[in-house]
Design a protein around this ligand. Structure first.
Ligand code: FPP
Length: 249
């Protein structure tokens, strides 16, 4: 689907503003296909995808979402051609050069999850600067999953817990779901209530496997560069129409 017709737009009034998911996790997929459809190079899709991020962030701020986690680069993405990897890993710096003042103005706090230290210096520097400039902000947490893989996160947690047990700081019967969650990269965030994946793919791709246990999943055919404020409203409206039972009746 290339363009959104007016009829598909959710009327703002249809949304229940008291039932906005606290934490939304997004798999931003389809940048390459969006570009191909227009006979553009793949990187044009990533560039356009970056613009979508700002639209969605601004809208999440307006809707009072507490946290937005965006899958920007997975541990598997290193397998792509070197030039594309480099382009994607330079996007945080481009994005922040352009939008950091707006993020600050909107009281957004920038954070990341993933293996940060293995990212190139230029990525780390740009993101660290944004983290520093926004660390006292109290509004939306804009959490980039950068060099992120959920299985690695789980293994890291098991290793840290094992070390605590071995050192005598923790006993095995203290290990429960709550404690385990505290050892994950997302220890200070509420669990995502809504997971959105664009571009028609219906996989989790090693994304937040523990944290998404009870989330509602929303899949759209729309490619990430074509996703916009109205698309986010549509996803939230669908979430609001679902009955969340958490295993009960
Ligand atoms: C998926 O599309 C997209 C990515 C792997 C990269 C996503 C990155 C951004 C949108 C920009 C990140 C920016 C910041 C600020 C962190 P794809 O390339 O897999 O598309 P395809 O499946 O159509 O090939």
């Amino acid at each position: 689907m290339l363009f959104q017709s007016k009829s598909q737009q959710v009327k703002q009034s249809e949304l229940d503003y008291d039932n906005i998911p606290k934490h939304i996790a997004i798999i931003m997929d389809g940048n390459g296909r969006w570009a191909k459809q227009r006979a553009l190079p793949r990187i044009a899709g990533h560039r356009e995808g970056m613009k979508t991020i700002q639209k969605v962030v601004k809208h999440a701020v307006d809707l009072n979402v507490q946290a937005l986690t965006l899958y920007a680069f997975s541990t598997e993405n290193w397998k792509r051609p070197k030039s594309e990897v480099e382009f994607i890993l330079k996007l945080p710096s481009r994005f922040l050069d352009q939008y950091l003042p707006e993020l600050v103005e909107n009281n957004v706090r920038v954070t990341t999850i993933g293996d940060f230290e293995s990212l190139p210096e230029f990525t780390q520097e740009a993101v660290n600067q944004a983290k520093e400039k926004t660390k006292n902000n109290t509004g939306l947490v804009l959490n980039f999953a950068l060099n992120y893989g959920s299985r690695k996160e789980l293994i890291d947690a098991v290793q840290k817990i094992s070390t605590s047990v071995k050192d005598g700081d923790l006993s095995t019967d203290e290990i429960d779901e709550e404690l385990f969650s505290k050892y994950l990269y997302t220890y200070d965030l509420p669990e995502p209530e809504l997971m959105i994946r664009t571009s028609g793919e219906k996989r989790l791709s090693n994304y937040l496997l523990w944290q998404l246990a009870y989330a509602e999943f929303y899949f759209t055919e729309r490619y990430w560069p074509a996703f916009d404020e109205a698309s986010l409203d549509e996803a939230i409206l669908e979430y609001q129409h679902r009955k969340r039972r958490f295993g009960g009746l």
